[in-house]
Write a protein that binds this ligand. Structure first.
Ligand code: F6P
Length: 343
């Protein structure tokens, strides 16, 4: 068979592990030819390809990013985009395309499947907010990077008797904030799912400082919002091709509010793209490899319009629709566990 592969959306540690898994099993076991489309959906729209071979996918397992490059190109926002993809897949004699991506890339894949294209999706996002799978690769690496940063903020915060606000990624879902905050022993964790009350946040900090502890760590997801009327945050800075607002500024706003309301000296730090860069964790290398192998097996089993997923300890196939229909959010039960450690 001739199988296409692309990586779309924000990059994510573990993408190369998936590519390597597809290539190893595809070529060695099935005798496939694997065609990489570069720069996300831009690749099949503009026919930017590179053949993926055993040679050029050797030594990439530990590398961050994606050797195929990525973009946030939305094929449904480009005139004739869908037809161009169909034409270029046909021109390359592609039997099935494996898009590796998050809700936007797989949302487009699901729609293209509806238009008659053959696809098998692989879930990717550091945000871990895709439904249908327990975990996406990239999340574990991002959480570990954020946890290490929080650990480092502890020592500098303590040395200076400061509150440190650490902003992590997560537009709609607070998985990174919740996991890194709990793992890093944060004193308050703020997530988009539960709008926060700035007075309550300050009460937690005052309560802690009243016990003679003169420093605190607040972890905040970039998409966390104050309850209406609570405090002002920075406005948005434009949207991407999928209509997502570019966030940022919540940590800075919190720094100001916390310092003025409590009198505690406060600093903020924004981890940003550091969370997405560099080498994947062991968990993400293994999960990415398993997803890659499962995806090419699904292609050969004749499955279409599905996504590989981690369910418990097993890799399963789920409908793409299930993955992109609703976002997986942090629930009240889990957030309640994090709350136990506030203040
Ligand atoms: O979707 C993954 C993600 O890392 C989000 O957590 C973050 O909001 C966004 O990408 C950042 O996007 P960009 O790479 O376009 O700045």
């Amino acid at each position: 068979m001739r199988v296409g592969v692309l990586t779309g959306g924000g990059d994510c540690p573990g993408l190369n592990a998936v590519i390597r898994g597809i290539v190893r099993k595809g070529i060695n076991h099935y005798g496939d030819t694997i065609i990489g489309f570069r720069y996300g959906w831009k690749g099949p729209i503009e026919n930017i390809t590179m053949e993926l071979t055993l040679d050029n996918t050797r030594g990439i397992l530990h590398q961050g990013g994606t050797i195929l490059r990525s973009s946030r190109t939305n094929p449904f926002k480009i005139e004739g985009g869908v037809q161009k993809i169909a034409d270029n897949l046909a021109a390359n004699n592609i039997d099935c395309l494996i898009p590796i991506g998050g809700e936007d890339t797989l949302g487009a894949a699901n729609k293209l499947h509806g238009e008659g294209l053959s696809v098998i999706g692989v879930p990717k996002t550091i945000d871990n907010d895709l439904s249908g799978t327990d975990y996406t690769f990239g999340f574990d690496t991002a959480v570990n990077i954020a946890m290490e940063a929080i650990d480092r903020c502890h020592s500098t915060g303590e040395s200076h008797d400061r509150v440190i606000v650490v902003e992590v990624m997560g537009r709609h879902a607070g998985w990174i904030a919740l996991h890194s905050g709990m793992a890093g022993g944060a004193d308050v964790v703020l997530v988009p799912e539960f709008p926060f009350d700035i007075d309550e946040v300050c009460e937690h900090l005052k309560h802690r400082h009243a016990r003679g502890i003169n420093f605190s760590i607040v972890v905040v997801a970039e998409g966390a919002m104050p309850k209406e009327g609570g405090m002002a945050t920075r406005g948005d800075a434009g949207v991407d091709a999928f209509g997502h607002v570019r966030l940022g500024g919540i940590a800075q706003a919190l720094e100001k509010e916390i310092e003025s309301r409590t009198g505690f000296e406060t600093r903020h730090t924004v981890l940003g793209h550091i969370q997405r860069g560099g080498s994947p964790s062991a968990f993400d290398r293994v999960l990415g490899s398993r997803f890659g192998v499962a995806a090419i097996e699904a292609v050969h089993a004749g499955e279409r319009g599905k996504m590989v997923a981690l369910r418990g300890a097993d890799i399963k196939l789920v409908d793409l629709q299930e993955a992109v229909g609703t976002m997986k959010l942090v629930g009240e039960d889990l957030y309640d566990v994090a709350r136990v450690f506030f203040g």
